[in-house]
Write a new protein. Structure first.
Length: 255
C-alpha cells in the first residue's frame, strides 16, 4: 500500500502553503520598502521646528543725528559683540535705538539690572551708549540716572565713561540733598518744611532769574530784579516763611 497522499487531498495543503508564501512576501515587502512614510534616518536628520526661532541673533539698529539741527542723520547696527566703535568714531549728537525680538543676552540682562529695570527694553541703554554728547551727560536729570547706570554696564569703554560715572555720583548726591530740602527748583517753597534755610546758588539754566523771600505775614523780606546773569545767589534766613523763584532753574547749596 502506497504512503503518497492522493492528489485530491494534497490540494488544500497547496492552497494553505501558497497563502503563507503570499502573506510572507507582503510582510517582506513592507519590511523592505516601508509604508511610504519618511525613513527613520531621514527623520533623524530633519532639524526641529524650533531651530530657526532659537537661531535669531540679537541685533539693535541705532539711529543717530550728527548735530542739533538734524542736518545729518545716520544708522548703525550693533550686534551681540557690542562694538560701538563705528558709532563713536562719528561722534553723534543724540541717538535712538530699536532692539529686535531675540532673547536678551547676558550682557543686556546685567545692564538692565544695573538700571533698575530687569527684563525691560534695552533700547534706551543702546541709545545712551551710542551718543557722544558731553552736554547731555553733564545735564543728566535724576530721571535719566537709571539709564546712565545701565549704559555704563553695557558699554564700559564709552569715550565719556568717566564723565558718565561722575554724573551718576553727582546724581546720587543730588538725591540726598533734595530729600533733605537743600536742592530745589523754581516755585514757592515753605522754609523749614519744603526747603531749609541757608545760602544757595543757581547757575547754568537761568532765564531772567527772579526770586523773593517773604515773612509769615506775607511781607517781602528781600527780592531780586530779573536779569541776564548766568549765576544767582540768595541767603534764606531761618525766620523766612517762604521762598519763591522763577527762571532760576535749580538751587543748590552755595559752595
Amino acid at each position: 500500500m502506497s504512503n503518497d497522499t492522493p492528489p485530491a487531498r494534497r490540494a488544500p495543503y497547496l492552497v494553505i502553503l501558497l497563502a503563507v508564501v503570499i502573506a510572507g512576501g507582503a510582510v517582506g515587502a513592507l519590511l523592505l520598502f516601508g509604508t511610504g512614510s519618511t525613513p527613520p534616518e531621514d527623520r533623524a536628520e530633519s532639524p526641529p521646528a524650533s531651530a530657526s526661532a532659537t537661531s535669531v541673533m540679537a541685533k539693535t539698529v541705532v539711529y543717530c543725528r550728527m548735530d542739533e539741527q538734524y542736518t545729518d542723520a545716520r544708522s548703525y547696527v550693533v550686534t551681540v559683540a557690542l562694538d560701538f566703535t563705528p558709532v563713536w568714531l562719528d561722534e553723534p549728537y543724540s541717538c535712538e535705538a530699536i532692539r529686535n525680538s531675540a532673547p536678551l543676552t547676558g550682557a543686556e540682562i546685567h545692564a538692565l539690572a544695573a538700571s533698575g529695570d530687569p527684563g525691560g527694553d534695552p533700547g534706551p541703554l543702546y541709545a545712551m551708549c551710542a551718543s557722544i554728547n558731553p552736554e547731555n551727560v553733564r545735564d543728566t536729570t535724576a530721571g535719566q540716572l537709571p539709564v546712565l547706570k545701565g549704559a555704563l554696564a553695557l558699554c564700559p569703554g564709552h569715550p565719556l565713561a568717566k564723565a558718565m560715572a561722575d554724573a551718576v555720583d553727582r546724581g546720587a548726591k543730588d538725591s540726598e540733598l533734595e530729600a533733605e530740602g537743600r536742592l530745589f527748583g523754581d516755585g514757592t517753597h515753605l522754609v523749614g518744611e519744603d526747603i531749609q534755610s541757608g545760602g544757595y546758588a543757581a547757575r547754568g539754566d537761568i532765564d531772567r532769574c527772579h526770586w523773593e523771600r517773604k515773612d509769615s505775614a506775607g511781607n517781602t523780606v528781600a527780592t531780586s530784579a530779573a536779569g541776564d546773569a548766568t549765576r544767582a545767589e540768595v541767603t534764606i534766613a531761618p525766620g523766612d516763611h517762604s521762598f519763591t523763584s522763577k527762571g532760576c532753574g535749580i538751587w543748590r547749596p552755595s559752595e
